[in-house]
Design a protein around this ligand. Structure first.
Ligand code: GUN
Ligand code: ZN
Length: 433
């Protein structure tokens, strides 16, 4: 296939700005991104690379715009697209009043497929090219999501919810049925194209100890798959877990006893954790998904980013639709900044953009194929248009450098900033004029 050459300002991260403050970011004011067969061939200054552009290359000029890797959303629920912005409740009531009734509709494949298409369209419109996604308890809902992601050759991770207690009957499976259905889904979808499977016990309160053990058995039998769940999001939830798992010495231990910790285990939230739990998360390499718009909307609490860094706990950012209030990773970065401000810390824009790109890829053990523009990586990238609104245009004119611009993009930006989203070098979304 012919080479594609994209010219514009280009930004990506090579490392974590916390540990590599001087070398983590690469920025080319007048840059060029060369692709071949949907993968990165080279990236650098236009002047340095101009001679490597073949005469027959397909050229696209995004001068004045910013090209960067697509965003990674560490935690979201596609069936909750239709209950985003539901008034008035905290976690446990919100689940009972809004989430569970809505998820019952995903018994029907056609309905699930319609929502999966809307959800993925919204991801691409917001510049998110990889996400880790909850479906519902129904295998049909998982098929609907994977079918949609497969049609567009997206790099996505998803799994069927396992849930055998403390939810309406119409949403319950059993330890055995959840094991068998998950195993069948793994066989069908894990490793197909760019899709991966995540074993998905919803959270400790809706799984019996037996079901959590079956989840552990799936991880042992399919060591390559992910695990996704929720952890220590809300104080009432913590008290409930303590009463439901008398043999566990804390919330995390309910998962630990079932063998559910490890480098491919992603837990949403992790707000109310003891030092001991942080240490065990760090030692096992488990990952937290920080979802600030959700934590603020559901009144769950403030994620302690610097404490997690000090403990060596891996984390990145998620939207948590529909407890979260925006599909935009830019909105998510803005709220992450405010959550840290309330605790006396300032989240640097380089850290925020790192977490939303290479940091997310690393947290999902996908940094060998996505997250930045090193040669050979899959070309899932986005184009940001700084003149998207009159205010953004005016504000950006008053920035001294790219660092200031990044902070403004995160603080003022949303889907309007995303001009285009490319998947493997193909244009899958372009903003209407
Ligand atoms: N804990 C268990 N299920 C959910 C969910 O759907 N959303 C959130 N935010 N927390 C949960
Ligand atoms: Zn969630």
């Amino acid at each position: 296939m012919t080479v594609q050459a994209f010219r514009g300002s280009i930004l990506h991260y090579l490392d974590d700005p916390t540990t590599h403050p001087d070398s983590a970011r690469e920025y080319f004011d007048d840059g060029i991104l060369l692709l071949k067969n949907g993968k990165v061939l080279a990236v650098g200054d236009y002047q340095n690379l101009v001679e490597r552009i073949p005469a027959d290359a397909i050229r696209k000029d995004y001068s004045g715009k910013l090209i960067m890797p697509g965003f990674v959303d560490m935690h979201t629920h596609y069936p909750q697209t239709e209950i985003i912005a539901a008034y008035g409740k905290q976690l446990l009531d919100w689940l009972n009043n809004y989430t569970f009734p809505t998820e019952s509709k995903f018994y029907h494949y056609d309905y699930a497929k319609t929502v999966a298409e809307i959800f993925i369209e919204e991801l691409l419109k917001n510049g998110t090219t990889t996400a880790m996604v909850f479906t519902t308890v129904h295998p049909q809902s998982t098929h609907a999501f994977f079918d949609t992601a497969w049609e567009q050759d997206l790099r996505m991770i998803a799994g069927k919810v396992m849930m055998d207690r403390n939810a309406p009957d119409y949403l319950l499976d059993t330890p055995e049925s959840s094991y068998e259905e998950s195993a069948r889904l793994i066989e069908e979808w894990h490793g197909k194209g760019r899709l991966s499977y995540a074993v998905t016990p919803r959270f400790a309160p809706t799984s019996s100890p037996m079901q959590l053990h079956y989840a552990g058995r799936l991880l042992a039998e399919y060591p390559d798959v992910y695990l996704q769940s929720h952890l220590a999001e809300n104080k009432d939830e913590l008290a409930w877990v303590a009463s439901l798992f008398p043999d566990a010495h804390d919330y995390l231990n309910a998962y630990e006893q079932a063998g559910l910790l490890g480098p491919k285990s992603i837990y949403a939230h992790g707000i109310h954790l003891s030092d001991s739990a942080c240490q065990r998360l760090a030692q096992s390499g488990s990952v937290l998904a920080h979802c600030p718009t959700s934590n603020l909307f559901l009144g769950s609490g403030l994620f302690q980013m610097s404490r997690m860094t000090d403990h060596g706990v891996r984390f990145a950012l998620g939207t948590d639709i529909g407890g979260g209030t925006s599909f935009s990773m830019l909105r998510t970065m803005a709220e992450a900044y405010k959550v840290q401000q309330l605790q006396g810390h300032s989240l640097h824009p380089d850290n925020a953009f790192y977490h939303a790109t290479l940091g997310g890829a690393k947290a999902l053990s996908l940094d060998h194929c996505i997250g930045n523009f090193l040669p050979g990586k899959e070309a899932d990238f986005i184009v940001l248009d700084p003149s998207t609104t009159p205010l953004m245009h005016f504000r950006i004119e008053h920035c001294q450098d790219i660092t200031e611009k990044l902070f403004v993009f995160a603080t003022l930006g949303d889907d309007r900033l995303i001009l285009a989203t490319y998947i493997l070098g193909h244009l899958l979304y372009h903003k209407e004029h």
